[in-house]
Write a protein that binds this ligand. Structure first.
Ligand code: PHE
Length: 427
């Protein structure tokens, strides 16, 4: 007999869990350095266009598939396509992408947890330039012991939440962490923009120079929109599968997209004023937050506390994303093979940890081991985030817009939705 599928305890619970999935390292670690490398405000404008024109509709489509079928990605595509192998494979691609993203994402999440501990230990106190912080970063991330310990620790945290279930685990954790995250980030933004010399950073974020924009920048902005919204691999589909038919999908999607974008932009306002106040260059690349921020905190009163708070914030943001990744693959195995969630979450956590070891080791002696010129970390990141996610996004859009067909899909979207622009009278 089939066990009844769990459902979110409340609408807010769903929104915070889905926004928790969306808000993560992508917003706080990646978005600011992409802005710094790609022309500041002009990149932000481009990003916003991608979010509104591409991101929002695909978010709606993905949640709709999950809520209608009430299953994992593979099961949902199987049900709605009536067993068409191509679409089942699209669901399968999502599950594989979940495995891959979680395996390397968890390594960086582990670093941020490691930085909480280093901050408490006071390891950054004597630094006054990003070079020495950079050296510490290199020496920590190149120690297999340090990297693998925190990789494992972060996976244990993730498994613990998934083990507890949808409402007791994911929903409860998100309801606690998301408001705290928003609060902490606002505190840090206020701290950042009131620093001496912060004005230049604020101007940098507000003044758009469109000469920096090219086709490549556009692709980067689009890829970032997918990654940041957790789109294209079934994370939102899976969360949608726990949603009741009385909930309004377009409104929930709007809230999720709004929160994700707000936090990315706030992260920019948290970091750039501080970067400029310290007289540093905005284009620091991926090491931006790990090299610049620990030092920046030395320049401000109460820096010791702010630094701990910041890395705690980063870890929490990452955790609400890793749980959504583990949930996708867990629910797949639970639904399809009828195993218990508790066992599956622990076993899958172990497997993903192992798959992540080569990515972690890419910073600890395996730098020279490259495939197509990329380290294991770089390769897994590139394939999953730059190829599989956009591909999955295209398939989701084609599925709803063409295979299922908007006319057939619309009544399902309108369940729980009274007014949808243009189709108010369609029911
Ligand atoms: N959206 C997350 C972030 O911005 C990453 C993520 C991608 C999570 C895909 C789940 C699925 O950090």
């Amino acid at each position: 007999m089939e066990i009844k599928r769990e459902q979110w305890g409340s609408r807010l619970g769903f929104i915070l869990a889905a926004a928790g999935s969306a808000v993560g390292l992508g917003n706080i670690w990646k978005f600011p350095y992409l802005v710094g490398e790609n022309g500041g405000a002009a990149f932000i404008v481009l990003y916003l266009i991608c979010i509104v024109l591409v991101g929002l509709p695909v978010v709606i489509a993905e949640i709709l598939i999950g809520r209608t079928a009430q299953k994992n990605p593979v099961g949902s595509f199987r049900e709605l396509s009536k067993g068409n192998p191509f679409w089942i494979a699209v669901g399968g691609l999502g599950v594989i992408t979940g495995f891959l993203i979680l395996s390397y994402y968890n390594v960086i999440a582990g670093w941020s947890l490691g930085y909480v501990i280093e901050s408490i230990k006071g390891s950054f106190r004597q630094f006054n330039d990003p070079e020495s912080a950079g050296q510490l970063f290199n020496s920590l991330s190149s120690q297999p012991y340090w990297t693998l310990t925190f990789h494992a620790a972060f996976m244990i945290l993730t498994v613990a939440i998934i083990y507890a279930g949808v409402t007791k685990g994911i929903e409860r954790a998100s309801k606690f962490m998301m408001p705290m995250l928003l609060f902490l980030i606002i505190v840090l933004v206020i701290r950042g923009i009131t620093l001496n010399g912060a004005g230049e950073g604020v101007r940098y974020l507000l003044k758009a120079d469109f000469s920096a924009i090219s086709g490549k920048t556009f692709m980067i902005a689009l890829g970032q929109a997918f990654f940041s919204l957790s789109l294209g691999m079934g994370a939102l589909l899976t969360y949608g599968s726990y949603m009741s038919k009385n909930e309004n999908i377009p409104n929930s999607a709007l809230s999720i997209v709004f929160l994700d974008t707000l936090i990315a932009i706030l992260a920019g306002f948290m970091i750039f004023p501080a970067v400029f106040a310290m007289g540093l260059k905005p284009a620091q690349g991926p090491s931006l937050i790990f090299n610049v921020l620990p030092v920046m905190f030395n320049a401000i009163p109460g820096g010791y506390i702010f630094r701990i708070v910041f890395f705690l914030l980063l870890s929490m943001a990452a955790l609400t994303s890793t749980i959504s990744l583990l949930e996708v693959i867990t629910t797949f195995v639970v639904d399809e093979f009828n195993f218990s969630r508790k066992k599956v979450s622990v076993i899958l956590g172990g497997i993903v940890f192992l798959i992540g070891v080569p990515s972690a080791m890419s910073f600890c002696g395996w730098q020279k081991f490259t495939i197509f010129g990329l380290t294991c970390f770089g390769l897994v990141d590139f394939i999953s985030a730059n190829i599989f996610l956009p591909l999955g996004g295209i398939f989701i859009a084609l599925f709803v817009g063409w295979f299922w067909g908007t006319r057939k899909a619309l009544p399902y979207l309108l369940e729980g939705t009274k007014n949808f622009p243009g189709v108010i009278t369609a029911t």
